[in-house]
Design a protein around this ligand. Sequence first.
Ligand code: ADP
Length: 239
Amino acid sequence: MAETVKIKTRNLSFSYNGKRILRNTSIDFAENKIAAIVGPSGSGKSTFLLTLNRLWESIPNCNLEGRVEMKFGNTFHDIYQKKYPVTRLRRQVGMVFQAPNPLPMSIYKNVVFPLELAGRKDGEDARIMVEQCLKKVGLWGEVCDRLDTSALSLSGGQQQRLCIARAMMLQPEVLLLDEPTSSLDHKAAAAIEELLVDLKGQCTVLVVSHYLDQVQRIADSIVELQDGDMKGRSLVFAA
Ligand code: ADP
């Protein structure tokens, strides 16, 4: 069956202070699959992710040209069109960073935070969603009796799963992860990998990784960033 495209970039170029990082990149990503983005350090992998949620816009002296379109509902939307609200985009596109970044507040408050930010009340519905998201990331059993304790008391792997739970609270259609396991030990990394494979089907996952073995285990497709352009390859090792 043909894959449905979720994200397409067209002639996407990006520079910091006049230095070109991405050059005329045109690439498609399939819906509800895991795509791994690989390439040498400094080749622009993290930058590419930032172009997909407009997070670079607060960095001075950057320039973006070209288009990024995402399919929400049955329509492709140009996310850089002036009338496309960035607040909506941030709900639709979640992001998880390399180092876990829980807020200095309780486990519960961390997970419910995006909901409050979106103007929704913390109540029974929110509590149920927190529980569901913590279950999705396999953390509920480990934290259900200490939701009021600080998230900073969790291990690195638990903190990263908490951050993914937080990103899942607004039910994003796209999840961007920038080397999500690089600060974790082997066991914690394996739990995150398993989780990403579980999320597939509900969410389009783009993950930057420099671990070839990880890419082989979890990705449906791989794109390589080289000299500012992206080359897609099918995975000969995909099951
Ligand atoms: P990768 O994720 O592949 O390691 P990055 O996207 O982090 O690459 O960086 C690509 C290039 O852009 C690097 O040369 C880096 O130094 C530069 N860069 C990244 N962030 C900024 C920034 N905020 N300001 C200026 N240059 C940056």
